[in-house]
Unconditional design. Structure first.
Length: 271
């Protein structure tokens, strides 16, 4: 029996839940989207965790090669996403990969790696999935694989729970490392020195030396026209002030210069 006939015989009775079912085109594309989002979140998390000192200056002075670690890590995650037979997107949607000539058997890890190399041709792969009657992409046809609905998939509620755990896990990590990432920038360190040496704030800082709730908006474009801003709070709830430091980036030598310091009462915001 040919591969196409094998698929057809397994799918001709959709009312029988015991039969294997080919995953739909919509599920295939949605799983690819989830995998890409996961790769993007994972790459961004690693970047946040392993930020180097003065990373904002490095970003300003680096060329296209400086983007390679970020996009390279995304490509690496997409390459190995199916190494255990199914990616996170497929797990969340209840799908699995099988050999087309034996629908009960999983492909080898080598085959799973080979089929993901063609993710580099994603636009072409997306068109092929849309045009194929069994929602197979080019890599599936070349390496003899097909994506099926997994009969042993986690229950829907557990898959939703898993998706939320992953999403909020990345969100929590981003929050935890947000302040560290800000404090490692040359912009924040320049603003901090300016705040501590700003005469109207010295008496407050002597009592409350900790600078709280730092926020930052940096314009890291090569030809940035708008100034960058660092906001922070000094003092306690009664004597506290909101400090807004405006900075501009100088190119030679690379670094930040304070353009203006504005001090407001807490609660005034930007009004």
């Amino acid at each position: 029996m040919s591969s196409e006939s094998n698929l057809k015989s397994e799918s001709e009775n959709p009312a029988d839940d015991s039969r294997l079912k080919v995953s739909s085109t919509g599920k295939r594309l949605f799983a690819l989207l989830l995998d890409f989002i996961f790769a993007l979140l994972l790459a961004n998390t690693f970047i946040q965790v392993f930020r180097e000192e003065h990373w904002d200056i490095v970003t300003q002075t680096s060329d296209l090669y400086g983007l390679l670690p970020f996009y390279g890590s995304i490509a690496l995650v997409l390459l190995f996403k199916d190494i255990f037979g199914r990616s996170l997107g497929k797990i969340l949607l209840g799908m699995t990969i099988r050999k087309i000539n034996n629908l009960e058997q999983k492909p080898s890890p080598i085959v799973l790696l080979k089929r993901n190399v063609l993710m580099l041709l994603f636009p072409v792969e997306g068109v092929v999935i849309l045009r194929d009657g069994y929602a197979r992409r080019l890599a599936d046809k070349w390496w003899g694989t097909v994506v099926l609905d997994d009969k042993n998939a986690l229950r829907g509620t557990l898959r939703i729970l898993l998706g939320n755990i992953v999403l909020f896990g990345f969100f929590s990590i981003a929050i935890i490392f947000q302040r560290t990432g800000i404090e490692k920038t040359a912009a924040y360190q320049t603003a901090e020195k300016a705040i501590r040496s700003h005469e109207p704030l010295m008496s407050i800082i002597d009592q409350y030396p900790e600078i709280e709730d730092p926020e930052m908006h940096l314009d890291l474009r090569k030809n940035a026209e708008s100034p960058s801003v660092v906001r922070a709070r000094v003092g306690n709830e009664e004597t506290g002030k909101l400090v807004i430091v405006t900075l501009t980036f100088r190119k030679n030598p690379p670094g930040w210069e304070v353009f203006d310091i504005e001090v407001k009462q807490l609660g005034e915001g930007d009004n």
